[in-house]
Ligand binder design. Structure first.
Ligand SMILES: [Zn+2]
Ligand SMILES: [Zn+2]
Length: 189
């Protein structure tokens, strides 16, 4: 059976399920949840079966927002909320792109509030969360091993370290050059 992706939603009803260019498949990444019983969006009050339960960086108690209220920025405004963090190293200094990422795009869960990554002067596409062993299956280990961050951390055999500890890895890709980028809580900032 084909797994449902967010594409199935926005192809049917792009107004209600808008496309998120920095996070194109929030169902696959587990950030949008399909509910058997509709839930009420805390922002617009509409009932919705595909909802986002976080992450929400806000002082308000927020736990259920519909895709439309994320995309149009209403939820971010209503709850003075951001959906992700960007470390100073990853900031690209483009207020429009930053606005789109922080206030109009679903985020991702990381133990210590991981930064969104950037490349080619744009924010990257969030693909999914996986574990080191999956990188081997998908032939991504070589790309990860060549990431300059290992030099910074002075690790001689990153593959061994990654596999031994089976790190949780957040996989990003650059929409301009196609390069994969990796965020690992323990090593990257
Ligand atoms: Zn809503
Ligand atoms: Zn790039």
């Amino acid at each position: 059976m084909k797994k449902i992706s967010y594409k199935d939603y926005y192809e049917k009803d792009p107004k209600r399920y808008p496309f998120f260019r920095y996070h194109p498949d929030p169902i696959r990444s587990g950030i949008f949840v399909e509910c058997a019983v509709p839930k009420v969006c805390q922002c617009c009050g509409k009932e919705e079966t595909l909802i986002c339960e976080g992450p929400f960086y806000s002082d308000a108690e927020v736990d259920c927002i519909c895709p439309e209220c994320i995309a149009n920025g209403k939820a971010a405004k209503a709850f003075d909320m951001e959906y992700c963090e960007i470390s100073s190293k990853n900031r690209i200094g483009d207020p429009e792109k930053e606005e789109e990422l922080l206030h109009h795009s679903p985020g991702y869960y990381s133990y210590n509030g991981g930064s969104w990554l950037s490349h080619c002067n744009d924010y990257c596409i969030y693909e999914e969360e996986l574990y080191a062993k999956h990188l081997q299956d998908r032939e991504l280990m070589e790309e990860l091993k060549n990431d300059p961050v290992w030099i910074e951390w002075e690790l001689e055999d990153p593959e061994k370290v990654l596999l031994d500890r089976n790190f949780q890895i957040h996989l990003f890709s650059c929409s301009h050059c196609g390069k994969h980028l990796f965020y690992i809580d323990e090593f990257f900032d």
